[in-house]
Ligand binder design. Structure first.
Ligand code: DP6
Length: 389
């Protein structure tokens, strides 16, 4: 075979995608299948130099089946959410004909923009069987890796699905709005499709076409903002977000009140704090919203506990630190796990990291205690040590 023929046999792309941390939390779906939320949410997308997912997707006429590797180990490619992102000839509910088995041809393709391969057909014209490298009927191999603990409440599924959708879109040459495809993988993934400050708007439509991620401000808007991740535990969480939020929707009156009354007010306020780069307002509201999310978890029946004693120690430490300074210098937020994400500004990083170092002395992992961007040294005033550490 000549060079041309080789080229046509395989197409491959590699993408990376960032983690995002919600400051107004998403918790609860109004449609489980389309992954439509009960409230809008707002997040900050993190830089990819420390935390990211890398995905390589390849398609070839020589592949005999779709295959998937997660962090080097082969995983089940039949996962319904993965299929929702991948699928082309099949209908995800609710478009499948009643009682249809998996694999039936789509009856309403125009209503079903949710699979990347189908989008490719629609936007590029049907190129199946035409022998191009991007032949849409070729099987696909996907390898994806996180450089941080998977499923420990560090938004790995968000970066993972955002990365998968980006890789597939590049592979098949699909452009334009893709957050609604990423959303079908994991709700919070739609926010990782954009950088900076991102809102996932709830949307009104039953088909979800208006439940999209939108950039509120680019990352350059607030360059002093910094994020510290305090890894409390790298273990897999006990109650996954999907199951947890379903139980909350079914049982928590507080969650209903939050979605209907609290979040709409907070969202408008948070947008203003971001626009004005008001860390006092941003930090306070971030902490309050995290606390209310965990309150809805306690209000869920049976209750869900994501925070542990160490998480609560960190919360208390942050409040002592802020009280000592007489203003909000650092803010915590926790997702579906015990790890703390701390927002602060560049001028506070060294001092706060030193406070964490003194409060939680690194016993066995000295060298690895602080990773990431270089942190300057800070000597703590005696009265700060007495009041805070
Ligand atoms: C607590 O996006 O992981 O991190 O849509 O079921 O995949 P699914 O849930 P997921 O939930 C994230 C919940 C959260 C808050 C947030 O990121 O907004």
């Amino acid at each position: 075979r000549g060079a041309m023929a080789e080229e046509r046999a395989l197409a491959m792309v590699t993408c990376t995608a960032p983690v995002n941390i919600a400051v107004i939390k998403y918790w609860g779906k109004r449609d489980n299948d389309l992954i439509l939320p009960i409230n809008s949410s707002l997040s900050v997308t993190l830089h990819q130099d420390q935390l990211k997912t890398t995905t390589t997707a390849a398609t070839s006429r020589d592949f005999t089946e779709d295959r998937l590797w997660l962090n080097g180990e082969e995983a089940d490619v039949g996962h319904p959410r993965l299929q929702a992102c991948l699928r082309e000839g099949e209908c995800p509910p609710p478009w499948a004909p009643p009682g249809a088995e998996r694999g039936v041809p789509c009856t309403s393709p125009s209503l079903c923009p949710l699979a990347v391969r189908r989008l490719a057909r629609k936007r590029r014209g049907d190129s199946a069987e035409d022998g191009t490298p991007l032949n849409l009927s070729y099987k696909i191999h996907i390898a994806t890796e996180n450089n941080f603990p998977t499923a420990a409440g560090l938004a790995s599924s968000a970066a993972g699905y955002a990365c998968l959708v980006s890789a597939l879109a590049r592979l098949y040459g699909v452009e334009g709005e893709l957050s609604e495809v990423a959303r079908r993988g994991s709700g919070s993934a739609c926010r990782s499709m954009l950088g900076g400050f991102v809102q996932w708007q709830r949307g009104e439509r039953v088909d979800g076409r208006d439940s999209l991620a939108l950039q509120v401000a680019p990352e350059t808007h607030w360059p002093e903002l910094r994020v510290l991740v305090l890894v409390v535990s790298g273990e897999k969480k006990q109650v996954g977000s999907t199951a947890g939020m379903q139980t909350s929707v079914d049982t928590s009156p507080l969650l209903k009140h939050r979605a209907e009354v609290v979040v709409p007010e907070r969202l408008a306020l948070m947008m203003r704090h971001i626009r004005e780069r008001d860390f006092e307002g941003f930090g306070q509201l971030t902490m309050k919203d995290s606390n209310q999310f965990h309150a809805t978890c306690l209000d869920t029946f049976p209750p869900i506990f994501y925070l542990n004693d160490l998480s609560r120690h960190i919360i208390a430490l942050v409040h002592r630190f802020n009280a000592h300074h007489g203003c909000t210098k650092v803010a915590y937020t926790f997702d579906a796990g015990p790890n703390a994400v701390i927002f602060t500004l560049a001028d506070t990083v060294a001092e706060f990291v030193e406070v964490v170092r003194r409060s939680f002395p690194p016993a066995t992992n000295g060298d690895q205690f602080v990773r990431g961007l270089p942190v300057g040294s800070a000597s703590l005033p005696e009265e700060l040590v007495t009041a805070v550490v």
